[in-house]
Ligand binder design. Structure first.
Ligand SMILES: C[S@@+](CC[C@H](N)C(=O)[O-])C[C@H]1O[C@@H](n2cnc3c(N)ncnc32)[C@H](O)[C@@H]1O
Length: 393
């Protein structure tokens, strides 16, 4: 316990992962949304100091650097991109760590109190929310729904949810004594403030967590299934806010219980495809970087659902295309597969599998226009250039 006090002493290996995920995504994200002609606000809702005591940079500096390099490349984008950083405790340090960076602003105080400021952003903006609190207590689901109701030009969110911390706190509140004993399982200490069951309901978006924990307490399910069930229910609630979600469990092999889960939400197919593809491709890179010196401490388990859940990609493709005899759009098929497989595969793997299934006579791919500009039969799988449908042979 007591991790929160030492959080900024040095950056823990598992903390680096979420920053990398953010970092890798921001570049393609900003270039894509700025093409809408609307400005973008990147809002770091639990920003921290900006820098760790060991010199590692935190999410605010990462975002500020990103904005800086974007402005260097496109000076005319000056009024088009902004970083907003909310920080309750370390706002002064954050301010000084951000000095010299353009287009950044620190909002001192809590995320809860600053919600009104987020809601006051011009709705003409694209909004990206990075939500990385210590624990779960500030994550009232209705705050996200208020932000969504504001009808920004677009909203995307990357949220760090400490599901194991939630369940541990749930056990404590339900007086399931000693049900959750392994202190090492969670990243941070559960928040200091007294929680209530009602507050947990608002965080979870319902009281389903009590039934799950009750089943766990009665030994009907183990803690891993409890966590899976809980997060699957939670994701459904996030899915009411965002059309598409993908979540990334950050696990260490030894326990199998996620340290935390990153959940990404977007209303756009492109956002989902970009995030899932990017995450998959960068995963090995992240792990390789981590292993520089720390490998023995933290060995990530790659969340390949095809293996972990024995899913069958061919079967899933066939069952999705049989659902519509007139054929399904290639892009919709990929989105469907990502929602099932998470970040298990890069986008290219889905496309190669579909091409291979066509070659084996299992399905048919149609493109419109059916010929290239030079009059040759179109073979492209680029769904931005062609209308591509996949159907049963
Ligand atoms: C996990 S740290 C954020 C780390 C940061 N993303 C980074 O990469 O360096 C959470 C931060 O949220 C701050 N905090 C805690 N409760 C808060 C609240 N209710 N509103 C805003 N910030 C809060 C803490 O002071 C801490 O700096």
């Amino acid at each position: 316990m007591g991790q929160t006090k030492n959080f900024f002493k040095d950056k823990k290996p598992w903390s680096i992962v979420k920053d990398r995920v953010l970092d890798y995504y921001l570049k393609p994200y900003t270039s894509k949304v700025l093409r809408t002609g609307k400005p973008v606000i990147i809002c770091d809702c639990f920003a921290g100091k900006g820098k760790f005591d060991d010199g590692e940079i935190g999410s605010p500096l990462l975002i500020a650097e990103h904005i800086k390099s974007h402005l260097l490349k496109q000076p005319d984008a000056d009024n088009k991109i902004q970083g907003v950083f909310i920080e309750k405790k370390y706002h002064d340090e954050l301010n000084s760590n951000l000095s010299g960076y353009a287009n950044v602003i620190v909002y001192p105080g809590s995320y809860e109190d600053n919600l009104k400021n987020i809601l006051a952003f011009n709705a003409n903006n694209n909004l990206f929310l990075y939500v990385d609190p210590y624990g779960i207590k500030s994550l009232d689901l209705s705050a996200f729904s208020q932000i969504k109701s504001r009808k920004f030009y677009s909203v995307e969110m990357l949220l760090n949810f400490n599901s194991a911390g939630f369940l541990r706190e749930g056990c404590r509140l339900l007086k399931y004594k000693d049900a959750f004993t392994d202190e090492d399982l969670t990243d941070y200490e559960v928040d200091d403030d007294a929680n209530t069951k009602e507050k947990m309901d608002s965080i979870a978006g319902g009281s389903y967590w009590k039934d799950i924990l009750s089943a766990y307490y009665k030994s009907q399910i183990d803690i891993y299934s409890a966590e899976e069930q809980f997060f699957s229910e939670y994701s459904k609630r996030v899915n009411h806010l965002f059309r598409y979600t993908v979540n990334i469990p950050i696990k260490i092999k030894s326990t199998h219980l996620p340290k935390y889960r990153l959940i990404f939400g977007s209303d756009h197919e492109d956002g989902l495809i970009l995030m899932a593809d990017n995450m998959n491709k960068k995963w090995n890179e992240i792990v390789a970087n981590q292993r520089g010196g720390q490998g023995a401490l933290f060995d990530y388990e790659f969340p390949n659902l095809a293996i972990l859940k024995s899913f069958d990609l061919h079967k899933d493709i066939m069952s999705f295309i049989t659902s519509d005899s007139s054929g399904v759009l290639l892009k919709s098929l990929i989105v469907h597969l990502i929602q099932r497989y998470g970040i298990s595969f890069p986008e290219k793997h889905y496309i190669d599998t579909i091409i291979d299934m066509e070659a084996r006579g299992l399905l048919r791919i149609d493109r419109y226009p059916s010929v290239t500009k030079t009059g040759k039969p179109a073979r492209s799988m680029n769904y931005d250039d062609y209308r591509i449908t996949v159907r049963l042979k």
